[in-house]
Ligand binder design. Sequence first.
Ligand code: NAD
Ligand code: ZN
Length: 381
Amino acid sequence: MRAVVYEGPRQISVKDVPDARIERPTDVLVQITSTNICGSDLHMYEGRTDFEPGRWFGHENLGQVIEVGDGVDKVRVGEYVVLPFNIACGHCKNCERGLTNYCLTAQPEPSMAGAAYGFADMGPWAGGQAELLRVPWGDFNCLRLGEDAQERQADYVMLSDIFPTGYHATEMAAVEPGDQTVIYGAGPVGLMAALSATIRGASKVMVVDRHPDRLRLAESIGAIPIDDSTVDPVQAVLDQTMGLGADNGCECVGYQAHDPSGDEQPNLTMNRLVASVRFTGRIGTVGVFVPQDPGASDDLARQGRIAFDFGTFWFKGQHVGSGQAPVKRYNRRLRDLIAAGKTEPSFIVSHELPLDRAPEAYEHFDKREDGWTKVVLHPVG
Ligand code: NAD
Ligand code: ZN
């Protein structure tokens, strides 16, 4: 089968690799029809991880079931399914508590932060930017889709990661009806957080970024765009909230917001969130801060130890939530909102391309080039 294979920093190629196949009775084999490039793939693509050359990417996957193991009894051949990026067994101590983002069976070592397809430090699992994907514990890890799945793949594929991740940010930030919410980052994740805040009934959603095309997308769903290359975003949020600050905020940027050259970082999104969220407000962080640039000037920065204004955070009595999203916790409800025509996360999709065009797509998306917001690759179909 063909797959998007990592060769080294900013070097990938689409080439033949061994076919994915059923290995255990609980496996499901999926022919991948849609698979996204994610901001998280860039951590590996840019060479900031120890992702091994020869492995292939792809954790945002949707496709059609073509074979099931003998131990699979819910998922059927022919069905379209979307796969949460977290791989989970469904029965360990963490899965039982709904923490499928930290499954103790699928992550080979307790020190790992969960398991995922095609990902550095998240287990040996192959990725789905390929024609076929083996889904372990298939009954647990496949979210079955209805008859409209084939035509609406660009909406449903967002359930594999970024829509539930954006939703998780707003859940950790405890966005409630009527709230005024600020989102830092208008990448795919930030835009999904903005959409989620709207779904939860926020009265005002403010989105901070510096890319006009991404800010326009935020505006297209009713959010207020704030361009931090032209205005002070903290002041802009205070102006929008009668000086009180937003009720809550989401961090959807991650390592890019960190300047490893020093501790004084007025531009760091965490500092800006602390300053632009009100007293006792909540902050949900889903942006990934580790690993940092391997060229960072000090070891602590490389390990993701960043300095932020904890004093003001404490003084204001704020709360923060963090980590990978437990996709399964939200994706059934979000699927049903899509199916009912109540929400269309595909508004962020800028390109739908065949798998062979992955190298150029990565190049454009990595540079955050104008108009390259979210790429869906189609290995098959
Ligand atoms: P992206 O890189 O396309 O988007 C990030 C956006 O932040 C860009 O538009 C960039 O212009 C903007 N930005 C940079 N510095 C900024 C600043 N100081 N203030 C405001 N905006 C700034 O990536 P994405 O796909 O949207 O992903 C965002 C982050 O979320 C990544 O770190 C990714 O790894 C992470 N992520 C986390 C999870 C999870 O489960 N927690 C899941 C998916 C992605
Ligand atoms: Zn992703």
